[in-house]
Write a protein that binds this ligand. Structure first.
Ligand code: GLC
Length: 555
């Protein structure tokens, strides 16, 4: 497969040269939640210098690197931390908690020296209420920045402008006594929404992209990017008749169909503007956080490669962990994507329960093999390579505003507990007590211990990542589901030129016997158990409980 000058992917068999795809198509992205990755100052909170100290773990010529190609760093901007950095008080600086611009420049240089691209978070939907733009905007009805945020009168009867709610609980409007108007905040009241229909605001926010691109970042992960444009008439959202009746009374958002507060058709005008800015620079990537039905979601790629490069695909996180459901989802995506659009897969993030807690520690190995062998760009969340489970955060340790407002079972803290580096004090994360407790299992579940164990899940991830780099079939190759006679095991083929791999995954805790109509010579390249390689008869072979195999098939 070959990339044409326009950046499109040429048809597979039109090239006999090695694959030459954009880095964000072949690469694996690793999400860093900076508060919880590595503390270098001894205050119990991770920072940018801490990330630099750990780059050798991620890639480069150091000892036993994991082997990822890019990091996406959650927000490090100045922030009052009402939503831990997703409330930005200055889009063009670094919070002193995390370092300063010089540290970020050093991070970019050190990462690039190790062939790690740096993707930063861009939060276009809302700023902090302490952002100077909002401070100005709220000061009077006639302030020049009034229209940079979304202000609305209440209804004639004095009630809220409409019925929209916040995913963090409560209504999406707050009355500001200064001017007696409401402002919109789909998240916390401390996160007022920017008005992208105001050209001056849009221009200022596009300049923010240029500011970071000029500093050398390789792209952006755009936070809740489908929400930035709302219905221009601010119509009420319909009630969702299928909403879970046990939702907390305050969860107005959860009981509505979001017809008017997000995913409006004209959002794509702004997305195309983002893309035009990125295209002013070579080789940059636009990733978007959004989750809509396939037909709506796919529009975020643009009409003709003029939208986001990688709308995040969260589907495998949101469905039952079953071979059949996963197959259907992958096939639906493969069928829906235009030739030029590139798939992506995400299995964990700072917003969701830990992967190993959702599907079990044994299946976490299957998830690793699936994520790193499907066609598309994988994003891996820090600590998932160790198989970390949800941390235990007691009520009095609760930090996440979503948990504080909607109940402890909605808290995202358990997925945000610090990275576990070694069996020493505070798991090597910090010399001080960390902002969230270290998990009790850190003495075994840590990088140093797992590096020494040849069959650890960390070593599985490393081998999968190395394998992926060595085998163009896993990056450039086509995807095809293969019938294996069982509905609880998934088998698929990845093929590029004359390189062909079969991946077979056992989603059960029992041994399974599979049969594939293929009598060619085949050899196991990798087992999730990391204990076998060598010849296999595809017409009859076994998968042990929770075992996955990558099998190399001779042409
Ligand atoms: C995104 C972020 C999440 C944050 C929210 C509001 O979903 O991933 O952490 O709370 O946006 O900014």
């Amino acid at each position: 497969m070959k990339r044409s000058t326009s950046g499109d992917v040429a048809a597979e068999d039109s090239a006999d040269e090695p694959a030459e795809l954009a880095w964000w198509k072949t690469g694996v992205i690793y999400q860093i939640y900076p508060r919880s990755f590595q503390d270098s100052t001894g205050n119990g909170i991770g920072d940018l210098a801490g990330i630099i100290d750990r780059l050798d773990y991620l890639n480069g010529d150091g000892n036993q690197p994991l082997g990822v190609d890019a990091i996406w760093i959650s927000p490090f901007y100045p922030s009052p931390m009402a939503d831990f950095g997703y409330d930005v008080a200055d889009y063009c600086d670094i919070d002193s908690l995390f370092g300063d611009l010089d540290t970020l420049d050093r991070l970019i240089a050190e990462a690039h020296a190790r062939e790690i691209r740096v993707v930063v978070d861009y939060v276009p939907n809302h700023s902090s209420n302490l952002h100077p733009w909002f401070v100005e905007s709220r000061s009077s009805l006639s302030n020049p920045k009034r229209n940079w945020y979304i202000w609305h009168d209440g209804r004639a009867d004095g009630s809220l402008p409409n019925n929209w709610g916040s995913p963090f609980g409560g209504p999406a409007w707050t009355l500001d006594p200064v001017t007696d108007q409401y402002y919109l905040h789909q998240f916390l009241p401390e996160q007022p929404e920017l008005n992208w229909r105001e050209p001056a605001l849009a221009a200022a926010m596009l300049d923010v992209l240029r500011f970071w691109l000029d500093r050398g970042v390789d792209g952006f992960r755009m936070d809740v990017v489908g929400m930035i444009i709302k219905d221009s008439e601010f119509r009420d959202n319909p009630t969702n008749p299928k909403a879970d009746p046990t939702l907390p009374p305050d969860d107005i958002f959860g009981r509505q169909i979001h017809s008017f507060n997000e995913d409006q058709d004209d959002v794509h005008v702004t997305i195309r503007e983002f893309r035009r800015v990125l295209d002013e620079y070579p080789d940059r990537v636009a990733i978007g956080e959004l989750g809509y039905s396939m037909s709506r979601w796919i529009k975020y790629y643009g009409d003709d490669d003029d939208g986001l490069h990688l709308p995040f695909n969260f589907r495998l996180m949101q469905m039952p962990w079953e071979a059949g459901a996963i197959t259907r989802s992958v096939e639906k995506l493969e069928a829906a994507l235009p030739e030029w659009a590139w798939p992506s897969y995400v299995l964990g993030s700072h917003d969701a329960p830990r992967l190993a807690s959702r599907i079990g520690t044994a299946q976490a190995r299957i998830a690793a093999m699936l994520l790193l062998t499907l066609r598309g760009t994988p994003t891996l969340y820090q600590g998932d390579e160790l198989g970390l489970e949800n941390g235990v955060v007691s009520l009095d340790q609760l930090q996440d505003p979503q948990g504080i407002r909607l109940g402890v079972d909605r808290s995202r803290d358990p997925a945000r507990t610090p990275m576990q580096w070694d069996a020493g004090p505070h798991a090597g994360f910090s010399t001080a007590a960390p902002w969230l407790p270290i998990s009790a299992d850190y003495r075994e579940g840590n990088v140093a211990t797992q590096q020494e164990d040849p069959r650890s899940i960390l070593n599985l991830y490393k081998q999968l990542l190395r394998y992926r780099r060595a085998m163009p079939a896993l990056t450039a190759g086509r995807y095809e589901t293969v019938t294996n006679g069982l509905d609880d095991c998934l088998t698929y083929r990845r093929r590029h030129l004359d390189e062909e791999l079969l991946i077979s995954l056992n989603f059960t805790g029992e041994e399974r016997s599979l049969s594939i109509r293929d009598d060619r010579r085949a050899s196991i390249g990798l087992s999730t158990h990391l204990d076998r390689i060598g010849g296999v008869d595809l017409t009859e072979f076994r998968l042990r409980p929770h075992e996955g195999l990558v099998v190399e098939v001779s042409p």
